[in-house]
Structure formats: structure tokens, C-alpha cells
Write a new protein. Structure first.
Length: 108
């Protein structure tokens, strides 16, 4: 897998973090030090970590179609637990993870 460090930007908050191509976007996001980043099943089935890739490239592993439809995937939706960056990425958090991400940093 690719170990190049890419910059991931969460457009909702302006936060950026590094994520190697061999690490999922979610795993690197949890290392931001924010409390309450929900991480769910890590297997692409629960949908808690749903994001929309606004710019950049990712590869994804299989995801539950009940969480991300083919039509959604075609316009950039994915589960962060199944996403690996292939370039710098700008993303928006959608669904159940929004509340935790938009919470002021350091607030539990």
C-alpha cells in the first residue's frame, strides 16, 4: 500500500490532518485528538463515518449499499473507515458523525 502522506481537510471545521495512503481516512481522523469521533464497526456496514469527498482521490473497499448507494458513491460519498487517500482530499462529514465533528474542539 501507499505510504505517501496526504493532507485531509475537513471542510466543516477547517481542520487538516495527515493520512498515509495505507491508513483509512477514519483511523487518521481519530488521531486528531478529538473526543467523540464515532468510529462504529470499521467494516463498512454501520454508516456512522459517512463522508463526501469534495475534491481529491480515494480508493475504497466494499461498503454496505444500505449506507452508500451506487448513486451516492458516484458523486463522492463514502465511508471513512473504507477510504484510503490517493491525493490530498477535501471532505465534508455527513450523517451521524456531523454532531461530533462540528462540536468545538476539546468539548466532550
Amino acid at each position: 500500500m501507499d505510504d505517501a502522506p496526504y493532507r485531509i481537510t475537513i471542510l466543516d471545521t477547517g481542520e487538516t490532518y495527515a493520512c498515509c495512503g495505507s491508513t483509512t481516512v477514519l483511523k487518521a481522523m481519530t488521531q486528531l485528538g478529538r473526543k467523540g469521533i464515532p468510529s462504529g464497526c470499521h467494516g463498512g456496514g454501520c454508516g456512522i463515518c459517512k463522508v463526501r469527498v469534495v475534491s481529491g482521490f480515494v480508493t475504497t473497499l466494499s461498503m454496505s449499499r444500505s449506507q452508500v448507494s451506487e448513486a451516492e458513491e458516484a458523486v463522492g460519498y463514502a465511508l471513512a473507515c473504507r477510504c484510503y487517500p490517493r491525493s490530498d482530499v477535501d471532505l465534508k462529514v455527513v450523517g451521524r458523525m456531523q454532531r461530533a465533528v462540528k462540536r468545538p474542539f476539546g468539548f466532550v
